[in-house]
Each structure stands twice: as structure tokens, then as C-alpha cells.
Design a binder for this molecule. Structure first.
Ligand code: ADP
Ligand code: MG
Length: 171
């Protein structure tokens, strides 16, 4: 497999994708590994591939129709059901911290869900269990995707690659 779960589980790692489909593949593998509660911050310019990666993660989390996964530009938060609840937030239009309070982020963060936030760089704080995906456009269809866990030691949200579906890393 191109994007091995071992590599995806490291505290940080960089991946190159050469097409949107490859970014979806990467997201799908990642989505298979993660468990709620988890915040995924997706950072990068417009057109970098944040929504594309989000689609893949949603598919890996069990959302059957990837076309359901689109940037929630007007409602700000979309909700999908996979093997867990998934929230998809897009902060493109967010300008102030006051707005952040008004979109109901706090409520969804209390839920046992995977919360994916596009324009994650606009969030002025960080959660203990979160995964940061920084996407840069290398030109053409090439993208660099840097994944890092904010708290690799304490995360209890990702399965060990060898543990298959039942056992989770936890403490
Ligand atoms: P964002 O949400 O960051 O604004 P999108 O995921 O909506 O970006 O759009 C990314 C665009 O770039 C899509 O049109 C997609 O087809 C294209 N693209 C080309 N190569 C890649 C790649 N390697 N990974 C992701 N998207 C890519
Ligand atoms: Mg987007």
C-alpha cells in the first residue's frame, strides 16, 4: 500500500501526492486509522486540497458517498454519518474569534465525533488530541501533505497498525 498505516501513525510525516485521487487515497487510509474524539485541522491555501483530503478521510470513516462531502461554505458546518459522527467545518469566511464562538464549535467538540476543520490555521488554539494536516501546492497536480499529531504521547485516538480493528491505543 502506498500510504502505510505505520507511516501515517508516526508523530509526524510528509507525503507527496500526484493527483486528487491519490490525496483521497491518503485520506481514506487515514480515516481507517482514526477514532473519535478527534479534531483534524486542515491547513493550506485555496485549492491546496483540504476538501479533497477531507473527502478521503470521510470515506475511510465509512461515509459511502464521497460526493456528499463538500465544503460547508454557507452553513459552516456539515454533518455526516460514518462509523462515527463526522463534522466538517470550513472557516474560510471566518474573520473574528467572536464568529468562532457563534458557529457552535464548542458544542460539536463535546460530541464523540471526528471534527474536520478546513482553514485550521484560523483557529487560535489547539486541542490536546488533534491531527494537523498542512497541504502545500508543489505545482501541477503535486501536493505535499504534512501530518502531525499535537500530542503523540497522549493520543488515544489512533489504532496501532498491527492491532487491526478491535484494540485501540489508549491509557
Ligand atoms: P481546498 O479545499 O484546499 O480549497 P480542494 O480540495 O477543494 O481545495 O481543491 C483542490 C483542487 O486541486 C481540486 O480541483 C483537485 O482536483 C485539484 N488537485 C490536483 N492535484 C491534487 C492533489 N494531488 N491533491 C489534491 N487535490 C488536487
Ligand atoms: Mg475547501
Amino acid at each position: 500500500m502506498k500510504f502505510s498505516s505505520e507511516k501515517l501513525s508516526e508523530s509526524s510525516g510528509e507525503f507527496i501526492t500526484k493527483s486528487a485521487e491519490e490525496t483521497i487515497d491518503l485520506g481514506r487510509e487515514l480515516g481507517r486509522l482514526i477514532e473519535p474524539p478527534l479534531v483534524v485541522l486542515l491547513c493550506g491555501e485555496l485549492g491546496a486540497g483540504k476538501t479533497t483530503l477531507t473527502k478521503g478521510i470521510a470515506v475511510g470513516l465509512g461515509v459511502e458517498n464521497r460526493n456528499q462531502v463538500n465544503s460547508p461554505t454557507f452553513v459552516l458546518i456539515n454533518e455526516y454519518q460514518g462509523r462515527c459522527k463526522i463534522y466538517h467545518v470550513d472557516l474560510y469566511r471566518l474573520d473574528t474569534l467572536k464568529d468562532l464562538a457563534s458557529i457552535g464549535l464548542e458544542d460539536i467538540l463535546r460530541d464523540d465525533a471526528v471534527v474536520m476543520i478546513e482553514w485550521g490555521e484560523k483557529v487560535p488554539f489547539i486541542w490536546e488530541n488533534s491531527l494537523i494536516a498542512e497541504i502545500s501546492d508543489l505545482g501541477g497536480d503535486e501536493r505535499k501533505i504534512k501530518l502531525s499529531w499535537t500530542n503523540h504521547e497522549k493520543r488515544s485516538v489512533i489504532r496501532r497498525p498491527s492491532a487491526e480493528t478491535k484494540t485501540e491505543v489508549g491509557q
